[in-house]
Design a protein around this ligand. Sequence first.
Ligand SMILES: Nc1ncnc2c1ncn2[C@@H]1O[C@H](COP(=O)(O)OP(=O)(O)OP(=O)(O)O)[C@@H](O)[C@H]1O
Ligand SMILES: [Mg+2]
Length: 358
Amino acid sequence: MKRLTRTPLATIIVPNPSGGGCQAALPPRSATRERRPVKIAFAGKGGSGKTTLSALFTRYLAASGLPVVAIDADINQNLGTALGVAPDRLARTPPLGAHLHEIKQLLRGDNPRIASAEEMVKTTPPGRGSRLLDFSPGNPIHQRFGCSVEGATLMLTGPFSEDDLGVSCYHSKIGAAELYLNHLVDRPGEYVVVDMTAGADSFASGLFTRFDVTFLVAEPTVRGVGVYRQYAQYAADHDVTISVIGNKVQDEADVDFLREHVGDALAACFGSSSFVRSMEKGRHPGLDELEGGNAKTLAWMRDTVDAAPKDWARFTRQGVEFHLRNARAWANEATGSDLAAQVDPDFVMGPEALAEQR
Ligand SMILES: Nc1ncnc2c1ncn2[C@@H]1O[C@H](COP(=O)(O)OP(=O)(O)OP(=O)(O)O)[C@@H](O)[C@H]1O
Ligand SMILES: [Mg+2]
């Protein structure tokens, strides 16, 4: 498993007796630091705090004036509420998962290797002629499916309803998010935050290889760290970076527990928070009310993602690998064609591919 370059944890985590966090001594932040474009996943056990931290990190980035897209890719769609979007606005926001055909039609562009939207599956990789996406205001997916909130753009995969049972599976809904990420060329200082579904399901599709950073949210409990061990194994098999964010951490003993069980995969800790509890009571406090220690943790998380390596060649390669696996497993049979032919062997995703298209 690849690890991010980071300051040894011992030097960055100190208990904060005033509560609210355990990141009190951060390394000095460089005004000239290099920013990289980042796709970030928040994964973890049910109830660990994925949605809470996705929402707070999105708000933190947006409040710093940075472009950020937040995607709710969980079966239970809670990210919009956590971001403070009113229920009627959420209801009016078209979910990606309900418009898969339209999204495929758009993204296929005039790629000669993709004969029709019907032959496009969630893993179909972009190639020459595909419609690549960026963060410009003209992004048709953001325009059509985005809901603007505090400077960020929220998109929803849509809930998994009773009607879906036996007809489709949740993976086909999050397939829309996978297609979006596959076709998105994010540029330095642009961020995509994805609130993933709980448990190992996040690793059941190729979606988990689409990220530059996977934050695994873990409570300082036996079950919390048990999930880490399970994920670490999947991640190691697929060259994916995992960084653990301890959540609901109360004291130094909690930090020690996490460190003992996840070692240097522990990137930061977020404290048990009265700010978060007030969100649960229906309030939507300003970020300036967040406990100082927890605000520092968000800053540290941003430094962590900014330091993540961006590797478009790997992104392309992993996308193709999952597509070929998917094709063999079911998609060739389902579509009646050999989907390996959709792979454009000379194509590499990234800024150059986008520039050629424009
Ligand atoms: N740092 C924190 N301090 C206090 N309460 C917290 C903290 N983080 C999360 N919570 C609370 O824990 C509960 C679960 O949080 P959240 O919904 O973010 O978890 P989740 O991982 O997204 O859950 P699910 O798997 O159901 O989607 C919520 O009640 C939330 O308010
Ligand atoms: Mg959630």
